[in-house]
Design a protein around this ligand. Structure first.
Ligand SMILES: [Zn+2]
Length: 132
């Protein structure tokens, strides 16, 4: 089987380890794959920003303790978050940028504001203050 160019699919001449016919095809191929990667990043950022916006709105409307269903009604995506912080053996806050949630029970959520500016990243926070 003859090797073909990864960009234009034309048969390749010369060395057997060649992947592209020329620089044009090589550059074109790599910029396309960068574009695809950026698109994935963009999609995930969109979900994270939407999550943050939902938290911001809930915080303004209902305060920092809310029923889980409020987030579900707004299509909050629980599996998407930017970072985690643990403040006791079992409680973990999942952040979307600066706003995060702790699932207090199956039906109750508490909203926190990140304290990156106060606590160094990765340091265990012993007693995070609730946002008001
Ligand atoms: Zn080519």
């Amino acid at each position: 089987m003859k090797n073909v160019c990864k960009e234009c699919q034309r048969p390749l001449q010369g060395r057997s380890d060649k992947k592209f016919c020329d620089d044009y095809c090589r550059v074109s191929y790599h910029s396309k794959s960068n574009r695809d990667n950026l698109e994935v990043v963009r999609q995930i950022n969109k979900i994270l920003k939407k999550n943050r916006q939902i938290l911001q709105e809930c915080l303004q409307k209902y305060g920092n303790s809310i029923p889980r269903k409020y987030l579900e009604w707004n299509s909050f995506k629980f599996q998407y978050y930017t970072h985690l912080m643990t403040y006791s053996k079992k409680e973990t806050i999942k952040y979307c940028y600066d706003l995060g949630i702790a699932e207090i029970s199956q039906s109750e959520i508490k909203i926190f504001r990140d304290q990156c500016s106060i606590y160094p990243i990765n340091q265990e926070v012993s007693n995070p203050s609730l946002t008001v």
